[in-house]
Design a protein. Structure first.
Lengths: 393, 539
C-alpha cells in the first residue's frame, strides 16, 4: 500500500521537481560555505536565509494549491496556518533562550517578565522540548483546519462565502494575537531567538542547514501532494472542484474529501511557517494579516494552479520579484503587484505553467500527450470552471 | 509735505504718551494691589485681599488661591510678589498676573507670604464669591463643581446667595446638589437632612451616587434606609442610561457599517461579484471630500458652509465613474468566475491605494467638519455628538433612496430581474451588460457616499478603506443578498452586538467574538439571513 503510494508519487514531473529541490538543498549551502569569498559563484551570507524564506513561501503556495487548484476551495486564510506553525516554532525558540534574555529569567521569556507574568501560562509547557514543538507545529494548524473545515463543509458553505469566512478566521486570529493577555507577546510577537536544537540560529552553518531543511521539506510536500493528486482521491477532488453538486449526487462524500484536503494543506502550511520563523528571526501577529493570505493566492495563480510545480515557481518568482522591486523602486511595488493580480486573472488564468503546458501540448502530436495517463484526468477538465452566467444565484 | 508728516508723527507720539497713563488710571492698578499682598501684618494683608476682590478682575481668584496654597512669595530684591514653584534646589518664578517667566531664584532670595487660618477662610470665601457670582458661565459652573467636590460647610451662605441669583438650569442643579451635600455634612435637623437626601436622589447621576455612598457610612441610623433606597434607585437609573448610551453607540456604528456595506451588497447581490476594491471606493469618496473642500477654500471661500452639499454629489459621481471603468475594463471579462473577480479587484485596490498615496502622500488629511456637524448635545444622561447623529440620518436617507431606486425605477426592476435569473432576464431583452455596469457604478457611488460620511469621523488616509472592508463583508454575509433589508438588519445587529459586548469584553475581544459568531452563524445559514429563495443548485 505504502510502496504503491510512493511509486505513484514518483511520476515523471514529481521526480524532476524533487531532484531539483534536493540539488538546490546541496548547492546553495555549498556555494555559501565551501566556495571562497572571491569565487564568482559564492553566495553571500544574507542570501541563504532569504532563499530559505522563498522556499517556505513556495511551500505555503503549494499548500494553498492543494485546496484551491485541486479541490476548488479558495481559502483566504491560509497564512493563518502558516503563522500558527510559526508561532509553535517561535515558542520553542523562545524557551531555548533561557536565562540569556534581557531580564535573565531562566523560565519566563522577556515579554512575560515585562508584562508581569508570575509563571508560565499552561499552554507554554512542553515547548522546551523540540519533539513537543514539532508535534504542535503539525497538530495546531491541523486541529484548527479540522474544526473549521468540519463545520464549514458540513453545512455546505462554498465559493465566495467560504472565502470570506476564512478571511474572517484569520482576521479574528490577527486581532487575538495582538492582545498582550493572550500570552504570545502581543504586538511585538516572538523574537531575539538564540538557539535551535543547540545550534546558534545566527550562524551561517545553521542557516545553511535550515535552508537545506526547507528544500527537503518542500520536496517531501511535493511528494505528498503528488501522491494525493494522482490517487483516486485526487480524481474525486478535481471532480469536486469542477462540479461539486454533481460529485455529491454521484455518491461521493464531498465533505470528508474536502476536509481531508483542507487539513493536509493546513499541516503543510504549518510546517512551512515553522521553517520560516528561524530563518527570518521573528514571528508577529502581522503574519495573520488577511492581505498576506490573499498574496499567497496570487503566487499560486501566477505559477499556475492545478499543477504541482506551478505554485512553487509562482511563490519563488513573485517573492524574488518583490525583493528586487522593493529594493529598486519601493513606491511602485504595489502597482506591480496589483497589476499582476489583474493581468494574471484576465490573461493568464492558468498561470505560467498552465499556459506553457497548453502551448506545449498544442504543438506536440496528441499521442505523446496520452503517454501520461496520470495527467489526463486533470487536463480533460478545464482548470477553471467554464463561465456560467448563473453562478451568482 | 515732509514737515506736515513730521508734525503728524510728533502729534501721534504725544497723544500716545498721554494716553497710556490715562488708560491706567481708569482701571485699578492691579499689579500694585498684588504687590501690596506682600507687605505688612495680617490685618493689612486682609485689607489688600479685600481691595483685590473689589476689582472683580478675573485674574484675581487664581492669585488668591495661590496665596492660600502658600505658593505666593515676596522677592526681596524689589519687593515684588511672585509665584514660585520648586525647581531643583531653587525656585522658578513667574509673574502671578500674566504667567510670564521671571527666571530662577535661590531659596534665600524670596520670602513666603504667610497666611493664617482666619485669612485662609477669608480667601476661600472671597474666591467663591468672585467665581460663583462671576458673570462668566463657565467660571460659575467650574466654581459650583469645585464646591461640590470639596463640600466645605463654610460656603453654605455664599451658595444660598448664588443659588438665588442663578438662572442657568445646569449650574443651578450643580449648586443645589452641592448645597444638599453641605447640608448633609453639617449639624442640622434630621428633617433638613432628609430633604437634602431627596434632592440628591432626584439628581440621579453619577455625582449623586458617589456623594450618597460616601454619606452612607456616617449618616444617622434613621436616615440609612432612605440613603440605601436612594442608591438603589440611582443605580437602576444609571443602568437604564447605560443601556440607552449603548443603543446610541450601537446605532452610530450600525449607520457606519450600513453605509460601508450597502454598496457591496448591491454589487454582490446582483453580480455575485465580491468587490475587494470596495473599501478603496470609500477611500476615494473621502478624498473627493477633501479635494472639494480645498478647492472651495482656494477659489470660493464663501461656499465653505456648503462644501458638504457639493462633496456628496461629486463623490458619488466620481466613484461611480471609477466603478463603471473598473467594470468595463476588468470585471466584465470575469463573469461567472467570482473567485477570480475577487483577486482582480484586490489587485485594483492595491493600485488605487498606491495611486492615492503617490498623489496625496501617506499622511492623514484633515477634512474640516462644517459648523453644524461639530460639538455635542446632552439628552438626559446621554451625550450625542452632532456628526454621529448626522451620519445616522445620512445612512437612513441613502438606504431609503436605494430602496426607491431598486423598487420604483426601471433600472431597479432590471437589476432585480438580473439578480433573480440572469439568463431569463437576458432572454426577456434586458441588456445585462448595461445593467451590470450600472449596478457596479451604483454600488461604487454609494461607497463614495460612505466615504464622505467617514471623512467626518475617521482619518482620511490611503488605508481608510481597508479598515472597513472586512466589516462590510461580515455585514453582507450575515444579512444575505436577498434584499437590502438584510444588509440593514445585518448592520444593525452587528453594530449593536459590538457595542453591547464592548463594556464587558473590551473593543478587540468584542470584535473577535463577533467574528467567531458570524463564522458559526454561516454554518447555520450558509447564504445569510435573507437568502434568495430558488430551486437552483449552485454551479
Amino acid at each position: 500500500m505504502i510502496t504503491q503510494l510512493v511509486l505513484r508519487a514518483l511520476d515523471r514531473r514529481a521526480v524532476w521537481v524533487v531532484s531539483a529541490l534536493l540539488l538546490v538543498a546541496l548547492a546553495i549551502p555549498f556555494a555559501n560555505l565551501v566556495l571562497p569569498e572571491g569565487h564568482p559563484l559564492h553566495l553571500p551570507n544574507y542570501a541563504v536565509p532569504l532563499f530559505g524564506k522563498y522556499l517556505t513561501y513556495a511551500m505555503l503556495a503549494l499548500a494553498l494549491d492543494l485546496v484551491w487548484g485541486y479541490c476548488g476551495i479558495l481559502s483566504l486564510g491560509h497564512a493563518a496556518f502558516f503563522a500558527l506553525g510559526g508561532y509553535a516554532m517561535g515558542m520553542y525558540l523562545m524557551r531555548q533562550i533561557g536565562a540569556r534574555g534581557v531580564y535573565a529569567n531562566p523560565v519566563l521569556p522577556d515579554f512575560m517578565v515585562f508584562l508581569n507574568y508570575k509563571e508560565l501560562p499552561w499552554f507554554w509547557n512542553g515547548f522546551d522540548q523540540f519533539w513537543f514543538a514539532a508535534l504542535m507545529i503539525v497538530l495546531v494548524p491541523a486541529a484548527l483546519a479540522f474544526v473549521f473545515g468540519f463545520l464549514a463543509f458540513r453545512s455546505r458553505v462554498t465559493g465566495v462565502y467560504l472565502s470570506i469566512i476564512t478571511q474572517a478566521m484569520t482576521y479574528a486570529l490577527l486581532l487575538a494575537f495582538f492582545r498582550n493577555d493572550l500570552g504570545f507577546g502581543g504586538n511585538n510577537g516572538l523574537t531575539d531567538f538564540k538557539d535551535i536544537l543547540g545550534f546558534n540560529v545566527q550562524a551561517t552553518t545553521t542557516r545553511a542547514a535550515l535552508f537545506a531543511a526547507s528544500a527537503i521539506a518542500l520536496a517531501f510536500a511535493v511528494l505528498v501532494c503528488t501522491a494525493i493528486v494522482n490517487s483516486k482521491l485526487g480524481k474525486v477532488m478535481i471532480a469536486i472542484r469542477d462540479a461539486e453538486s454533481r460529485t455529491r449526487f454521484l455518491g461521493y462524500r464531498v465533505d470528508n474529501i474536502k476536509l481531508f484536503a483542507f487539513v493536509v494543506s493546513a499541516v503543510i502550511a504549518g510546517i512551512a511557517g515553522a521553517l520560516y520563523v528561524p530563518q527570518v528571526g521573528i514571528i508577529n501577529p502581522g503574519e495573520f494579516d488577511p492581505g498576506n493570505s490573499i498574496e499567497v493566492v496570487i503566487w499560486t495563480a501566477v505559477g499556475g494552479r492545478g499543477t504541482i510545480i506551478g505554485p512553487i515557481i509562482g511563490g519563488l518568482l513573485v517573492n524574488a520579484g518583490k525583493s528586487v522591486f522593493t529594493g529598486l523602486w519601493p513606491d511602485y511595488w504595489l502597482y506591480a503587484l496589483g497589476g499582476l493580480f489583474v493581468f494574471v486573472t484576465l490573461f493568464m488564468p492558468k498561470g505560467i505553467v498552465g499556459s506553457l503546458r497548453s502551448l506545449f501540448s498544442r504543438r506536440k502530436p496528441p499521442r505523446q500527450d496520452n503517454s501520461e495517463p496520470l495527467e489526463t484526468g486533470a487536463k480533460d477538465i478545464p482548470i477553471i470552471a467554464e463561465p456560467q452566467p448563473g453562478a451568482a444565484e | 509735505m515732509a514737515i506736515r508728516l513730521l508734525r503728524l508723527i510728533a502729534f501721534l507720539i504725544a497723544a500716545l504718551a498721554f494716553a497710556v497713563p490715562h488708560a491706567a488710571a481708569q482701571t485699578p492698578d492691579i499689579p500694585a494691589l498684588v504687590d501690596a499682598l506682600g507687605q505688612g501684618s495680617f490685618p493689612e494683608r486682609e485689607a489688600a485681599i479685600n481691595a483685590l476682590v473689589a476689582t472683580g478682575d478675573e485674574r484675581v481668584p487664581p492669585i488668591l488661591q495661590a496665596l492660600a496654597d502658600g505658593n505666593l512669595y515676596l522677592r526681596k530684591s524689589d519687593a515684588k510678589v511672585v509665584l514660585a514653584a520648586k525647581a531643583g534646589s531653587g525656585f522658578a518664578l513667574t509673574n502671578p498676573l500674566d504667567g510670564a517667566d521671571l527666571g530662577p531664584a535661590a531659596k534665600a532670595e524670596i520670602d513666603k507670604i504667610k497666611v493664617n487660618n482666619g485669612l485662609r477662610g477669608k480667601i476661600r470665601t472671597a474666591i467663591g464669591q468672585m467665581t460663583l457670582l462671576s458673570p462668566d458661565r463657565t467660571t460659575r459652573l467650574s466654581a459650583a463643581q469645585t464646591i461640590l467636590k470639596n463640600a466645605d460647610p463654610a460656603m453654605r451662605d455664599l451658595l444660598d446667595k448664588a443659588l438665588a441669583a442663578e438662572t442657568d438650569p445646569q449650574i443651578k442643579s450643580v449648586m443645589e446638589l452641592a448645597r444638599a451635600v453641605i447640608v448633609l455634612k453639617t449639624d442640622t435637623t434630621i428633617e433638613d437632612k432628609r430633604a437634602a437626601i431627596t434632592t440628591i436622589i432626584s439628581h440621579g447621576d453619577r455625582d449623586a451616587q458617589t456623594v450618597l455612598s460616601s454619606a452612607l457610612a456616617d449618616a444617622p441610623d434613621e436616615l440609612k434606609p432612605l440613603i440605601a433606597d436612594g442608591l438603589a434607585t440611582i443605580a437602576r437609573n444609571l443602568q437604564l442610561w447605560d443601556i440607552a448610551q449603548n443603543l446610541v453607540y450601537g446605532t452610530s456604528l450600525a449607520s457606519v457599517l450600513l453605509l460601508a456595506a450597502i454598496g457591496l451588497a448591491i454589487t454582490f447581490g446582483v453580480m455575485g461579484v465580491i468587490n475587494m476594491a470596495h473599501g478603496e471606493m470609500v477611500m476615494l469618496g473621502a478624498y473627493v471630500t477633501f479635494v472639494v473642500q480645498n478647492l472651495i477654500a482656494t477659489y470660493a471661500p464663501g461656499l465653505a458652509e456648503y462644501a458638504m452639499a457639493i462633496s456628496i454629489p461629486s463623490a458619488f459621481l466620481f466613484t461611480a465613474l471609477v466603478g463603471v471603468g473598473i467594470e468595463r475594463g476588468v470585471i466584465r471579462w470575469l463573469y461567472g468566475r467570482p473567485l477570480e473577480t475577487l483577486l482582480a479587484t484586490w489587485g485594483i485596490s492595491l493600485i488605487l491605494q498606491q495611486a492615492v498615496r503617490s498623489i496625496f502622500g501617506a499622511n492623514n488629511r484633515l477634512v474640516a467638519p462644517p459648523s453644524w456637524m461639530t460639538g455635542a448635545f446632552e439628552l438626559g444622561g446621554l451625550t450625542i455628538t452632532w456628526n454621529r447623529l448626522w451620519i445616522v440620518v445620512f445612512a437612513i436617507i441613502v438606504f431609503a433612496a436605494l430602496q426607491l431606486v431598486l423598487n420604483r425605477t426601471p433600472l431597479g426592476l432590471q437589476m432585480r430581474a438580473v439578480t433573480q435569473n440572469r439568463r431569463m432576464a437576458s432572454a426577456m431583452g434586458i441588456r445585462t451588460p448595461f445593467v451590470d455596469a450600472m449596478t457596479f457604478g451604483l454600488g461604487s457611488g454609494v461607497a463614495g457616499l460612505a466615504g464622505v460620511a467617514l471623512s467626518q469621523i475617521d482619518n482620511v488616509s490611503p488605508n481608510l478603506g481597508q479598515g472597513y472592508i472586512i466589516d462590510s463583508f461580515m455585514v453582507v454575509v450575515f444579512g444575505g443578498v436577498g434584499n437590502l433589508w438584510g444588509t440593514l438588519i445585518g448592520a444593525v445587529s452587528l453594530g449593536m452586538a459590538n457595542k453591547f459586548l464592548e463594556p464587558y469584553a473590551g473593543a478587540v475581544l468584542a470584535k473577535i467574538i463577533i467574528l467567531v459568531l458570524i463564522i458559526l452563524f454561516i454554518q447555520r445559514r450558509p447564504r445569510g439571513l435573507f437568502a434568495l429563495k430558488g430551486r437552483a443548485v449552485e454551479q
